[in-house]
Structure formats: C-alpha cells, structure tokens
Design a binder for this molecule. Structure first.
Ligand SMILES: [Zn+2]
Length: 208
C-alpha cells in the first residue's frame, strides 16, 4: 500500500499564511494547551458538497454513475451508497481529501462525564475535545487516535479508536477593523466526537 502524504498542521507554517496579529495571538493561546497536554491524532477531512461545486472533487464513479442516480443525487445532494468503498458513502470520489492531517486534540470532558451509548455489544463514547484553528474541521470528518508513531512523529504506526466529528463549535473573535473571512477569525474548535462502531466500514479509510 502506498503511503498518503502526511502534514503536521500545528508545527508547519505555510508560506503566505499570514494571520492578522490579534487572531494569530489568540490562536497561539488556544493551541498552546493542546501542544502541552493534548495528544497527536490523525484527521481525514471528508469531501463536501462545496468541494464539488468548487471543482476540487468529482462525484463517485462507482455509485453515482448512472443517470438515474445522478438525478437522485441532485435531489438528495451528498447522499451515496452507504457501502461503496470508492467514496465511503459520501457520494464523492475517494470520500476524503487525499492529505492526512496530523493535529492535536485535548479532551474537554473527563472520563466520568463522557456520554456513553450502547450499540449492540459495544459501549460508544462521545467525548468533547478541543482542536486548533487549522485545519478547518467540519461535521463528518474522521479523527483517529494513534498508539505509536514513527520516529518522525508524523506517520502513525499503530492506530487506536476512530471517531466521527459530530458537532463543531467554532471559537471566533470579531475583528471590526478588517473584513476578514470567517476562517481568519476562528481561533479554535470545540468538537463533539462519536466513537465509530467496531463494524463500521470507515475503519477501512487509509490513515497511513
Ligand atoms: Zn460511491
């Protein structure tokens, strides 16, 4: 299997990636506890309808091919065949953006306050976590805990539980002086995760 490109999003500065001073400072304040007390996790970003509209991704060639299904997709937007391994049920080719993000996550809820649900024989956890401002996180994204990293600390060797991003609260500041985009005003995320059931086919999504 060919390894996908991995990027360490917290410790990498993209050239031209300039934030207004106040926003950058607040993002730093938000990210420092994550760096100190958080854990390194892998994030796979799911393709979204806006990516299709922007021409970044095609509809799934496997399950969205026929004209009848295409018409249905127009009606139901981003629905796909829930067992299609080409799009992982997203309806978009590949299902996820090809870059594997390595980021930091800090659990906000203590083990005692984590919501637990019974699903068949399995206890599912719904922890609330903090994530840095970059990359942008959306509902439906996949987060994978990692037990062991390679020596560069960028490529996971042994992975652990997987979670789906359920609900995203953005911590933002208002910058009255500049008409900055919402992206520039985000200083961090508080996110509710849902434990992926053991038999869920998103365990097949590549993270290495
Ligand atoms: Zn598909």
């Amino acid at each position: 299997m060919i390894s996908l490109p991995h990027v360490d999003v917290v410790n990498t500065r993209v050239s031209g990636d300039k934030e207004p001073w106040a926003v950058e400072r607040l993002q730093r304040i938000h990210v420092e506890p994550l760096l100190a007390y958080g854990e390194r996790v892998v994030l796979r970003k799911v393709w979204r309808y806006e990516d299709l509209e922007a021409g970044r991704v095609q509809r799934c060639s496997e399950c969205q091919g026929s004209s009848v299904e295409s018409r249905l997709t127009e009606i139901y937007k981003d629905t796909g065949d829930s067992r299609c391994f080409t799009c992982f049920g997203t309806g978009f080719e590949g299902g996820f953006q090809p870059l594997v993000y390595v980021t930091y996550m800090l659990a906000r809820s203590s083990p005692d306050t984590v919501i637990r649900e019974k699903s068949g024989m399995q206890d599912l956890e719904r922890p609330t976590v903090e994530l840095p401002a970059k990359p942008r996180v959306n509902e439906g994204d996949l987060i994978v805990r990692v037990l062991e990293w390679d020596e560069t600390k960028t490529i996971p060797v042994v992975t652990d539980r997987r979670f789906i991003v359920d609900d995203v609260q953005r911590s933002t500041i208002r910058d009255a002086l500049s008409p900055a985009s919402l992206d520039q005003l985000i200083v961090g995320y508080t996110v509710q995760l849902s434990d992926l059931p053991k038999d869920h086919f998103w365990h097949k999504v590549q993270v290495i």
